[in-house]
Design a binder for this molecule. Structure first.
Ligand code: ATP
Ligand code: MG
Length: 455
């Protein structure tokens, strides 16, 4: 069966790709055409006026009210259709930038065998205070992964033996579990949350450092694409045995739990944890010029050296045939925390304002008792590969606009008796008070320019 259908599918895909390339659209468009549509009357989630009384964080409050997430318990959130679309878009931006620097995606297991963690000394609850542990039927204790240095290092023993096998950069985007003491920051501090964790395995420190710098640049691109680049600083933070500093990426927000000090002239930032005279001298900073900000750690990159390759014996033979330890780094980044951060820093009193790259849809099409005309436009936008949330519900204008502001899609198109009388459709950005009337052709051109300009 599969033998007969596979080639057919492959040919069809090739043909589609070929056709679309011939009109200068990328493969991404195929993806969009296939997944970018939703009628709001069919969407099972409803918006709500109030968040649960026990929800104290702004990000969770808005995400719950907009129907993006559901709170299961403190620090534990389910992702609903709109929220999952945002999360997948965030993850895809990260995935693209990790692939661009040579990353290879994997998916490790959540369930952890204690053996490898015992070898590194991180199984003990005295060393790691936020383990979730559970037991098999036969009473064997196992853990739920809070990070994956140990199992990945152990796994790579099966694949690395020579200098020819290095460097490699596996990464995953996967649920992590941490028994956080305080979980009052909504999706910014989950007990179950999504993390992108990449690990680098290099021959030596020089090779490691060259890659470390590439990751720094990739991270900067990621935060810019996710709409928080202007508020995010690469920040000197505490290092380990193999490097004096690690680098955190900190986004300035009152909702953050960290304090950072920024030299606005040079853009150099330091975490309060490591701020002392020696560090100031190291970085050539003067204390008077530093500005204090509350911030949230949205990423952290770390030189690990042989901290894990040594106890887990991940070695390779160098060019002279001598046994060496692999030199490692780790690179964390939290899609769920970033989603919360975007909401914290890019919202107003009416609701969320999603940046284009992560908005659940490109356009919110709203019909005010003009479903027939709006449906025609919906079909046209669909053919153009634009992702549309179509509010075809029976509801009044006030309700529809309030929901639209809360959900926060950056572009809104309204089809109403008035817009049709004025000659077309009203297009308005989420942050503007007043929109403009455009005829179909003009509207389509503006939307296409907007949607596809950076693809
Ligand atoms: P924090 O100091 O805020 O607890 P951390 O330093 O323990 O964070 P890392 O181990 O460096 O976090 O994890 C890598 C990334 O994963 C973080 O930079 C952050 O983006 C994300 N992250 C960590 N903990 C959480 C959490 N509880 N909820 C959501 N995201 C998280
Ligand atoms: Mg960290």
């Amino acid at each position: 069966m599969s033998g007969a259908t596979a080639p057919k599918g492959a040919v069809a895909f090739y043909f589609l790709k070929y056709k679309i390339k011939s009109v200068k659209y990328s493969e991404k468009m195929i993806f969009q055409v296939l997944w970018g549509l939703m009628k709001q009357s069919k969407l099972f989630t409803k918006t709500r006026k109030d968040a649960p009384a026990d929800e104290v964080s702004k990000n969770a409050e808005l995400l719950i009210r907009g129907g993006f997430v559901n709170k299961e318990m403190a620090g534990v959130y389910s992702y609903l259709p709109l929220g999952l679309r945002v999360m997948n878009k965030i993850s895809n931006v990260i995935r693209e930038e990790m692939d661009a620097i040579g990353g290879q995606e994997v998916k490790m297991t959540v369930l952890q065998d204690s053996d490898v963690w015992q070898k590194s000394g991180r199984w003990s609850d005295e060393v790691v205070d936020n383990w979730f542990k559970t037991k098999l039927k036969n009473d064997t204790e196992i853990g739920l992964g809070f990070t994956h240095e140990e199992p990945l290092t152990a796994l790579l023993k099966n694949h690395i033996s020579s200098y020819k096998d290095l460097p490699v950069y596996p990464y995953q985007i996967q649920a992590k579990f941490r028994n956080e003491t305080r979980a009052k920051s909504g999706v910014m501090r989950g007990r179950e949350f999504l993390m992108k964790d990449m690990y680098s395995f290099s021959r030596n420190e020089a090779e490691h450092l060259a890659f470390y710098e590439r990751v720094q640049n990739a991270y900067k691109k990621i935060y810019t694409r996710l709409g928080v680049g202007h508020l995010t600083y690469m920040t000197f933070a505490s290092g380990g045995t193999f490097s004096k500093y690690s680098h955190e990426f900190q986004t300035i927000t009152g909702a953050g739990e960290d304090l950072i000090y920024v030299d606005e002239e040079t853009g150099i930032a330091v975490n309060q944890e490591v701020l002392n005279d020696e560090v100031l001298k190291d970085l050539n900073l003067s204390r008077e010029k530093l500005v204090e900000h509350k911030a949230v750690e949205v990423g952290n990159i770390f030189t690990l050296g042989t901290k894990f390759s040594e106890p887990l014996q991940l070695n390779f033979k160098d060019e002279e045939g001598k046994e060496q330890k692999v030199f490692m780094g780790s690179y964390g980044l939290g899609p769920s925390r970033i989603m919360g951060t975007i909401v914290e820093v890019l919202s107003d009193d009416k609701g969320i304002i999603w940046p284009k790259e992560v908005s659940p849809f490109h356009v919110h099409l709203i019909s005010l008792n003009e479903n027939e005309k709006a449906n025609e436009l919906y079909e046209t936008l669909k053919k153009a590969g634009i992702e549309v949330l179509f509010d075809d519900r029976e509801a009044n204008a006030g309700e529809k606009f309030a929901d639209s502001d809360l959900i926060g899609i950056p572009v809104r198109v309204v089809v109403s008796k008035r817009s049709l009388e004025e000659g077309g459709y009203e297009m308005k950005s989420r942050t503007e008070e007043k929109g403009k009337i455009l005829q179909e052709e003009g509207l389509l051109k503006e939307l296409k320019d907007y949607v596809f300009q950076t693809l």
